[in-house]
Design a protein around this ligand. Structure first.
Ligand code: HEC
Length: 141
């Protein structure tokens, strides 16, 4: 009986650590948008964004420097409040949301079964992370 208690405490600590890690580790590597969203987002992008941007402005070094490691809500809020620069704030949440799915797709992130929510609060729980094949040389990861 004397050595029973430490084991219980250790088990409880392991469980707590596991739960909080699971909440924090959801990322854009986990299939957070659907194929349909990325396809529909491309249409929005072509209509509202392409006049000023090319895909290159949302991928590679600029994307890595500005967005990797941040919550997905940062990029969503940026788009919905500041873009399109010619008419900021004119996108509907659903439009900003699918254009975001398209930008993730451009960065090689995987599609999933769950649609990306059109709301900053749940997006805050998802970290922007590149997949290994888009992350660049190993020392950058
Ligand atoms: C009228 C031109 C224009 C349009 C249209 C436009 N943008 Fe932009 N966008 C800019 C400029 C210029 C910047 C650089 C930051 C600034 O000056 O505000 C920018 C910056 C951005 C950034 C940040 C880039 C980075 O460094 O990571 C994102 C993301 C973005 N735009 C997304 C969009 C999306 C999505 C749309 C369409 C819904 C869009 N933009 C439409 C001009 C435009």
């Amino acid at each position: 009986m004397r050595c029973f208690r430490p084991i219980v405490i250790a088990a409880a600590l392991t469980l707590t650590a596991h739960t909080s890690a699971a909440q924090n580790t959801r990322s854009t590597r986990d299939g957070v948008f659907t194929h349909e969203q990325a396809v529909a987002g491309k249409d929005i992008y072509l209509g509202f964004c392409q006049s000023c941007h090319t895909a290159i402005s949302h991928t590679g070094a600029p994307f890595k420097e500005h967005w990797v490691g941040k919550p997905l809500s940062d990029l969503y809020n940026y788009i919905i409040t500041l873009m399109p620069k010619s008419a900021p704030g004119t996108l509907e949440p659903e439009q900003a949301n699918i254009v975001l799915a398209y930008i993730l797709k451009l960065n090689g992130m995987p599609e999933g079964n769950e649609p990306l929510p059109a709301d900053a609060a749940p997006l805050k729980q998802i970290r922007i992370e590149l997949t290994a094949s888009h992350a660049g040389p190993p020392h950058d990861r």
